[in-house]
Design a protein around this ligand. Structure first.
Ligand code: FAD
Length: 317
């Protein structure tokens, strides 16, 4: 009856969200008197999970699962949950897990709560705190089904070390051929760029940058900070930047530790997508720009003067 987490990895390393999930699940497990089992896919070294409270790993190794396949992965997680008689399955808010969670919930006949931001308010009845309305409100949701699936919002629960002894078990899940109707032949990775989803720091810019030719300094600032670059909606609509960088209500959500907004006014639709970021820094010529109301730090100034100075200082740091 252990709590099951899906521990995501890439190139042999666990993603931070996997360790956050382990920390979260261990905390819940201690409260209800159980343990944490992790399922991993094609990851040989799982020892790091022991540091965050995982006592058992179900190792799935299968070439067919080299590329993410939502249906097949969901089926594997379902089988693992059944094997462990898990009443609680904990997933992250990564792009992959956002696909997986509803599929896993349906297959286990489980209730599903996404955007969970804290440890359960109560485990019996099972109630969790979630964000709603683009992070502008919270609600307490009760899951009444026997098996429960929850998705933990990014950056809502930090890492908590809790060393335990880990056992590993090969898990030969049954794969359904029908789930492999589409085959990914090749994935080309953009090297050296941090993606918005994985970024701890995001440097974002808007129409105040005047044109695409001025993005050199934004990219340089991002590179100095090891950050991802992002932009406001109009910037990607006009084609100054790719749509993959558009953040906000209708774009990608950002839950970074540091979000730097340069030449972005701070319209409600933009803020809705970034307000779960921890520290927000705004650079804008207009002291009345709405973004300053939600900023932790603000610089009223011209980006074309401020950003180069910032880069210079950071390089010297
Ligand atoms: P502007 O509003 O034009 O602001 C530019 C800012 O740059 C100004 O504050 C100005 O003072 C500042 N500036 C100018 N020059 C400089 C300089 N030299 N140095 C520093 N600052 C300077 N928008 C999103 O971003 N994401 C969304 O997901 C999104 N979804 C939407 C959904 C709907 C249904 C609708 C109606 C709108 C949506 N929008 C979204 C658009 C949103 O309402 C705003 O229009 C948009 O965010 C404004 O983009 P901006 O801040 O880059 O541009």
């Amino acid at each position: 009856m252990s709590i099951l987490i899906y521990a995501e990895s890439a190139e042999g390393k666990f993603k931070k969200v996997a360790l956050e999930l382990a920390s979260y699940a261990k905390n819940v497990a201690d409260k209800i008197g159980t343990t944490v089992t992790a399922i991993t896919v094609n990851n040989s070294d799982n020892s790091e999970l022991a540091k965050y409270g995982v006592t058992k790993v179900l190792k799935v190794s299968n070439d067919k699962l080299t590329t993410f396949n939502a249906k097949a992965y969901a089926d594997v997680i379902k089988q693992a949950a059944e094997k462990e008689s898990s009443k609680l399955v904990v997933l992250s808010a990564s792009t992959d897990s956002l696909y997986l969670a509803p599929l896993v919930a349906i297959s286990l006949n489980a209730g599903y709560a996404s955007n969970v931001v804290a440890l359960p308010e109560s485990t019996s009845p099972f109630q969790v705190k979630r964000t709603a309305f683009s992070n502008k409100a919270f609600n307490i949701t009760e899951i009444t089904t026997d098996v429960k699936v929850i998705g933990i919002a990014k950056n809502s629960f930090g890492l908590a070390e809790s060393a335990v002894t880990i056992t590993e078990e090969d898990f030969a899940a049954t794969l359904n051929d029908a789930d492999f109707g589409v085959k990914v032949e090749n994935i080309e990775k953009i090297t050296g760029k941090v993606t918005i989803a994985d970024a701890e720091i995001v440097v974002s810019a808007g129409r105040g940058m005047k044109g695409p030719e001025n993005w050199g300094m934004i990219e340089e600032l991002a590179s100095v900070l090891g950050a991802a670059t992002a932009c406001s909606k109009p910037v990607s609509d006009i084609g100054w930047r790719p749509h993959s960088e558009h953040v906000g209500q209708t774009g990608k959500p950002v839950a970074a530790n540091l979000y730097i907004a340069i030449g972005i006014s701070g319209a409600i639709q933009h803020i809705a997508g970034i307000n779960s970021s921890k520290v927000k820094v705004v650079i804008n010529t207009d002291a009345d720009a709405p973004f300053f109301k939600v900023a932790d730090y603000g610089i009223v100034g011209d980006a074309f003067e401020v950003v180069p100075q910032l880069i210079e200082k950071l390089k010297a740091f």
